[in-house]
Design a protein around this ligand. Structure first.
Ligand SMILES: NC(=O)c1ccc[n+]([C@@H]2O[C@H](COP(=O)([O-])OP(=O)(O)OC[C@H]3O[C@@H](n4cnc5c(N)ncnc54)[C@H](O)[C@@H]3O)[C@@H](O)[C@H]2O)c1
Length: 318
């Protein structure tokens, strides 16, 4: 019998999958504070993990823990050195969420381009057409998007951009030209030049030492005045103060952010009062369809791991 801790509730579909497998026993742990996890986690062989942190202090008492199954693909909330040293396998939901994130990017690009929040407000306050001609809106057609990071989400996004007849440049030093061209993109090697040329920028890289502050004021100030930036990857890849400054100086048109340096967002964060920013609460994967897929993949990964039939693409290579 394998004991699985479900740290923070997940969609019922994944829980039902565990229920249907008599070799697994599970418990839902709603309180994912460090103190509580130190207390309860040691009795489990496996756990699912959403956004809570698993650090050395928590895991050093978990002598039975063999596998962590992330409900998602990012894993900056797990102490990788510790799990590598202690032979704990880290799994991700590699197939479940690219579509939802790519759709969220398209939604943000369209909402900002069409100034949809402003139009909506005007109609509600009775200004049916009064200010309509002074509100600037843009088209995606024939514009160039720069996709930074061409993994699962970047590849899902390019297909949708092609539907809008956009030109697509891709910056990802780890993906070869042929793959990018097969998707209809153009590989670029010079990020600074790509940023100067693009009308839209969408980020799809993990947060690492190399990508922290990848987009800062020195880059933002050289972008087109009508450029729109979307970050659904991780907070901190764009420097938030620099972004705010560039928006306030009208150096770019707008930005859509699903992720933030600190989550939940600090209530004093000046981006919250900046009308040129469209915000969502790290919710790109919160479609009903994606929540179900992610939860099913998260628990299936644990079942497959213990049955020795785990899909290799779900394992994080450390
Ligand atoms: N908002 C959300 O809810 C949400 C959901 C899923 C994923 N994400 C984030 O999106 C990121 C991308 O997800 P994915 O599934 O596409 O990951 P992935 O691993 O499939 O792709 C990441 C790509 O980034 C490239 N890359 C790495 N470092 C780079 C660099 N310095 N410059 C350019 N390219 C670089 C890699 O070569 C890879 O192709 C994740 O790391 C995660 O942080 C956010």
């Amino acid at each position: 019998m394998h004991k699985v801790a479900i740290i923070e509730k997940i969609h019922q579909d994944g829980i039902d999958l565990l229920k249907d497998n008599p070799e697994f026993k599970y418990e839902i742990i709603e309180d994912s504070s460090e103190d509580n996890l130190i207390k309860v986690l040691p009795s489990f062989d496996a756990c699912t993990l959403r956004v809570s942190k698993l650090n050395e202090k928590i895991m050093s008492n978990c002598k039975n823990l063999k596998v962590i199954s992330r409900h998602g693909v990012g894993y900056d909330n797990v102490d990788l050195n510790y799990i590598k040293k202690n032979n704990i396998t880290l799994l991700i939901t590699a197939k479940a969420n690219a579509i939802a994130v790519a759709e969220h990017v398209i939604y943000m690009m369209l909402s900002i381009s069409k100034s949809i929040n402003q139009y909506d407000q005007e109609v509600r306050i009775g200004n049916f057409k009064k200010n309509a001609s002074s509100i600037k809106t843009l088209e995606l057609f024939n514009k160039e998007i720069l996709i930074v990071g061409f993994g699962r989400i970047g590849q899902s996004l390019i297909k949708r951009c092609k539907g809008f007849e956009m030109k697509v440049a891709v910056f990802d030093p780890f993906v070869n030209k042929e793959i990018i061209e097969k998707f209809g993109g153009r590989k670029i090697d010079n990020l600074d030049q790509g940023l100067k040329d693009c009308d839209y920028l969408s980020l799809h890289v993990p947060l690492t030492k190399e990508t922290k502050n990848l987009i800062d004021y020195s880059k933002l100030k050289n972008m087109k005045k009508e450029a729109i930036i979307i970050n659904t990857a991780r907070g901190g890849i764009i420097n938030e103060d620099d972004l705010n400054k560039a928006l306030n100086e009208n150096r770019i048109f707008g930005a859509g952010l699903d992720v933030f340096e600190n989550e939940p967002v600090d209530k004093n964060n000046s981006l919250l009062t900046n009308k040129k920013v469209l915000l969502s609460p790290h919710s790109a994967t919160f479609t009903e369809e994606c929540k179900s897929r992610m939860s099913l993949e998260t628990t299936k990964n644990i079942i497959d791991f213990f049955k020795n039939k785990i899909d290799k693409s779900m394992i994080v290579k450390l």
